[in-house]
Design a protein around this ligand. Sequence first.
Ligand code: PLP
Length: 457
Amino acid sequence: MTESLSPAARQDIASHLHPYTNLARHEEVGPLVLTHGKGIYVYDERGTEYIEGLAGLWCASLGFGEEELVSAALEQMRKLPFYHTFSHKSHPPAIELAERLKAVAPVPMSKVFLANSGSEANDTVVKLLWYYNNSRGRPEKKKIISRIKAYHGVTVAAASLTGLPLNHRDFDLPIARILHTDCPHHYRFAQPGESEEDFATRLAASLEQLILAEGADTVAAFIAEPIMGAGGVIVPPRTYFEKVQAVLRRHDVLMVADEVICGFGRTGNFWGSQTFGIRPDILTCSKALTSGYLPMAAVLISEAIYEGLREESRKIGMFSHGFTQSGNPTCAAVAVKTMELMERRNVVEHVREVAPRLQEGLRRFADHPLVGEVRGVGLIGGIELVADKASRKPFDPTQRVGAYCAERAQAHGLILRPMLDTIGFCPPLIIEGGQIDALLERFGEALNETHAWVRKG
Ligand SMILES: Cc1ncc(COP(=O)(O)O)c(C=O)c1O
């Protein structure tokens, strides 16, 4: 089967261990080798063009080949390509980035910690919460509540926060003191006839029960993505965050918003927190922070948390956390330029303008026999494929129906991401109306071919 593969693809099989891949299957099918990109398109080594329907991994928000980002990186590399931010050192790009992030934060924030990935940012959050509660003389208040189907990354603590079975299985995770509460997916988990509001009330009550059962004095924080991304683009039911945050306030449990996907305009506001009325004590972001061009992530913390960290570091001598590349100047310069371009080009406005075309277009597939639910907000969407529309019965995962659909989309020049049988849509934010139509048309062909394939058994 590998005879038809290019030399590069064969070398890849021989040498490269791929993340998030069935390694045995990779030896048979090899990689799609991508060589360049422009705007919403990427090109493989044979020159075939694809619409990047997921902005890479939910991140290339300003599209590919953005010269201003390239120039920002080059300029900074010539000036000061690397410097660290440990022990009272700093540099202009890190300072400007922290300032800019504070200025756009959805609620007043005190300080910005810089890291390199969403996982590092969320791992940092776990450590900050523990350190903070030690500073407050509450050594028991350390548990963190996440949700079933959440995605918060893959490092040891972040993968523990993640609520997906394959991120735990055989990795001996989750670690202690991480708990998972209900997934807020109305289509899958609401009771018959239960409204979105009633479902939200029930989930908030269930969260409260969990906090009480564990003991509120042992629970430090609740972490949530405004829209769950990798768990299947799950949009929370109406009133969910309002009710959840009322519970958290009652029990002095902090709210952590993971904005790694939803931040930077994705949902039609700068932050997903603004779209869903979340008032976070801690906020993490990454991905679109540099439009995916270079690794960068940030953790924004409230004044109260900062004060705790400051006092503990005063007491024990050091806040001993940080990465060699925390705030790398080249990455920070690209992040600053990304934020500047978003502002100058009114990218969030643009998302608001074109999002209805994507959302309405996706909803036109709702009647398709293979489609169980269509969901999404702004420029993020998901289409869940089901074996039986009336009973909502999912496909047997071994059938790989979602993966087949994504393969057919790729054959039609559209890269999408299957999350089991939910197909994710998250195009670059610069996508234009006509390009959305092309994306939908290509997906429609893939969906029909998937339906024919399923019917053939
Ligand atoms: C919501 C969310 N948090 C955290 C992460 C982890 O980010 P990274 O892959 O950069 O470690 C992701 C990655 O997809 C994510 O979607």
